[in-house]
Design a protein around this ligand. Sequence first.
Ligand code: PEP
Ligand code: MN
Length: 284
Amino acid sequence: MHSCKGEQQLSEYKLVRKQNRHEKTMVRVKECCIGDGDLTVIAGPCAVEEEEMTFELARALKHMGVHILRGGVFKPRTSPYSFQGLGWNGLEILAAAGQNAGLPVITEVTEAGDVEKVSRYADILQVGSRNMQNFGLLKEMGRSGRPVLLKRGFSATLEEWLLAAEYIMSAGNNQVILCERGIRTFENYTRNTFDINAIPALKRLTHLPVLADPSHGTGRRELVEPVALAAVAAGADGIMVEVHPQPENALSDGFQSLRPHELAPLINRARAVRDALHTGCVAR
Ligand code: PEP
Ligand code: MN
């Protein structure tokens, strides 16, 4: 029988490989559980900017049924002159806004030396696309005791991505979530090309939960919802979406951020897609 390359070269995926662990991994974060069959929604601004705005947005997101609040405070920007994030002050704002709204929080960590301190504030640690193969950071994430959301490097193959997850797991952390966020192709109408193939492929290869980030995957607000729905139809366990109350004034990624009122219908439609597929018509 024909089998693809990824499936032939799996001997090194000791811990991430589906065939080596029969139950799906579920990542529990406070009251929410990623990978339990319900759709997980993570939303929030690209970067934490201002205290009052973050508190208000967090409450609005909670009201819409969002499970986890996102917000970057150490921003890996292409240009050193772009907004770099609020750093530790931003992290305090994010954690307080999450607590106030009753939402767990996720933020990106860019330095291995920051993992322990960020772990005191954040419920989930994010490894960004640009750091997917920062092996020192991955090993430290493995020792963090916190769930880790591992984004796909924008030029990483599925194999490289799974082996990055293997680094975290082999360092002692089995709470790993994969997040497809688009890869770089020749196409430049969109910021990245969301790799829809990755979702069902990963579902075959690994027991880890798989999320989709259609914000970075498209870079265009008007494409976020259709790509989110496609990812859910393809089997994603959840979505991560950038939301900003005034995208036109956002300090980063405003062009791909939804306005809060645009998120609620997206969540409803994404749930409807998920429910339709769970009626048993689609085997997975
Ligand atoms: C982000 O989530 O804000 C981010 C920087 O994402 P990525 O690492 O996928 O570019
Ligand atoms: Mn962003």
